[in-house]
Design a protein around this ligand. Sequence first.
Ligand code: NAP
Length: 337
Amino acid sequence: MKYYCFPKAAGIDSLELRDGPTPQPARGQILVRMRAASLNYRDLNIAKGSPARGPLPTNLIPLSDGAGEVVALGPEVSRFQVGDRVAGMFMQAWLGGDMEAYHVDSSRGGSIDGVLAEYVVFEQDGVVRIPDHLSYEEGATLPCAGVTAWNALYAGKPLRAGETVLVLGTGGVSIFALQFAKAAGARVIATSSSDDKLAKAKALGATDGVNYRQHPEWQQEVMRLTGGRGVDHVVEVGGAGTLQRSVEAARIGGQVHLIGILTGGGEINPTPVLRRNLLLRGIYVGSRQMFEDMNRMITLHGLHPVIDRVFPFAEAKDAYHYQTSQAHLGKVVIRID
Ligand SMILES: NC(=O)c1ccc[n+]([C@@H]2O[C@H](COP(=O)([O-])OP(=O)(O)OC[C@H]3O[C@@H](n4cnc5c(N)ncnc54)[C@H](OP(=O)(O)O)[C@@H]3O)[C@@H](O)[C@H]2O)c1
């Protein structure tokens, strides 16, 4: 089979296409013919060998998110049949309940091999069925970005109809959060560096948009749009460069979901957090239970993940470069023909 790997994590151009034996499923495992994979911001850091993550496995097969068809079953597999359409979970071991340290060690495309390959063996517990109305390309966007947005809005103190959600930027996590919030009857305010992207976000259901380049103090615009009250939820993907403003954009008693570090790490001033009585909640993707809950909502509402562009398997490096450019809105996908 053909697969991609990083012999050393020395940047996107160190990604190598290789040929190797097709893996075979052992007891309790399934073999999946991957049809599509999608990129996340994380994958760009992994390509560079981000020191915060520690040493990566040698010849790591990258990408956590992919979908495909079950083509063979190992002995004693009862959860799936040949022909089932599935997506792998980000953390293979986190089935439900609270996250444990060992769950993180089972993260695809980082701690263990990922899905940018024609065939991948999974434990039968490490995948979920994708909704019937989704293509493989759409299903491949769900495991990290989709589940993360779901976890933020529903797995803690859940979003309620009529509340207001602020999403930062128009990347994968933020656009899923926009769709989930809209479907739940919430108001969505989106920020972006681009008026063109804000127009697209509004077409997807955002009520209001704020260009954070034109309004560097965008939290003031959010306050204005909410009549001085602030938003109920902030989907905080920016990190240190945006967090203080996100705190100021939240209503008293609101929630800030700490998801991303697009602007890097840094210090937090705790005073406005406590004075505003905020809940700051760290999010690390999510469990299989969250994934399945999310899929039920996606099915019920007939939602389609927003795919910006699909690249052929042979052009995987171009997909990485496109994701790096941040020209996309929603998800960047690689089709595995
Ligand atoms: N904790 C977790 O489990 C988890 C899971 C998934 C992702 N993440 C993190 O969440 C972040 C987003 O991930 P992703 O995969 O969704 O990224 P992505 O698709 O690459 O999104 C990039 C977009 O973020 C927006 N952005 C960049 N800088 C910004 C800023 N200063 N303020 C507001 N928006 C900004 C831009 O949108 P515009 O072009 O519209 O400005 C950009 O296009 C990353 O830091 C990632 O590591 C964490």
